[in-house]
Design a protein around this ligand. Structure first.
Ligand SMILES: [Zn+2]
Length: 252
């Protein structure tokens, strides 16, 4: 965790700024009436990290994504092998309870299961819902990291690649998380073994960055995000405490 000290300093500055200046939902630009954790707490484990960041959202977007996030964690728990995920599907676990309370969700998960010719149980998820969650979290992480708010439409090519049972991560994406000396680049760990992320520039691309998110050491979510405009830092003074403004894309 010590390696994440520098980003946390920046996040603190952003948090202070948003509390005073930001009134727009980061997803749809309408008036923000609530704040949402990034990443969403339902994808983390209790006790939650004390430094978890929030961003302004409207009630409509906040509620709208909640069901997809629940679906995503239920899906992860079906394929995950980590202790945290397997305990969720055990009797009384959070996923077990969610499925008990929502027969419709239970049906949708059951309908997604099939058995392949070689006898393996396969799951065909509702991909648009999953990719919406990945893209949305990538946008939130981008805002926290670069202090700019792109349109959700600019978050492209969201993908999910499970890797705990069978490796499905694209080689080029995997390699982009290593230096030219093949040492791992520095990830930002929000919660050890549960959620970490990194922004990398894919090989031979000048047009976008990749936001790669690791969920429960089970799957990577990958989304293309815009190249951030260069942020010109200003020296802050005690009498000048709120210099940082969220920069919304004027084309939104
Ligand atoms: Zn909204």
């Amino acid at each position: 965790m010590a390696a994440n000290f520098a980003p946390l300093v920046n996040l603190f500055v952003i948090q202070k700024m948003r509390e005073h200046t930001s009134t727009q939902c980061i997803y749809c630009s309408s008036e923000a009436t609530e704040r949402e954790h990034v990443p969403p707490r339902c994808l983390l484990e209790k006790p939650y990290p004390p430094n978890l960041q929030t961003l302004p959202v409207c009630a409509h977007c906040n509620r709208g994504f909640a069901l997809d996030e629940e679906y995503f964690i239920v899906l992860l728990s079906q394929i995950g092998t980590s202790d945290a995920l397997t305990s969720k599907i055990g009797e009384g676990g959070s996923v077990d309870r969610a499925l008990s309370h929502s027969p419709r969700l239970d049906d949708r998960i059951t309908d997604a299961l099939s058995v392949s010719n070689d006898g393996r149980v396969m799951i065909s998820p509702e991909l648009p819902r999953v990719l919406d969650v990945v893209g949305k979290i990538a946008l939130g992480l981008f805002v926290l990291r670069y202090r700019q708010v792109p349109s959700l439409r600019e978050i492209e090519c969201a993908e999910v690649h499970p890797y705990n049972i069978e490796e499905s991560r694209p080689v080029a994406t995997f390699v982009s998380t290593f230096t030219e000396h093949f040492r791992p680049k520095r990830w930002t760990t929000v919660q050890e073994g549960v959620f970490s992320y990194i922004f990398v520039r894919p090989m031979q691309s000048q047009r976008h960055l990749c936001c790669i998110m690791d969920f429960h050491s089970t799957a990577w979510g990958v989304a293309h995000v815009p190249i951030p405009r260069r942020f010109r830092s200003r020296r802050r003074t005690k009498s000048d405490p709120l210099q940082f403004q969220l920069k919304f894309d004027p084309s939104r």
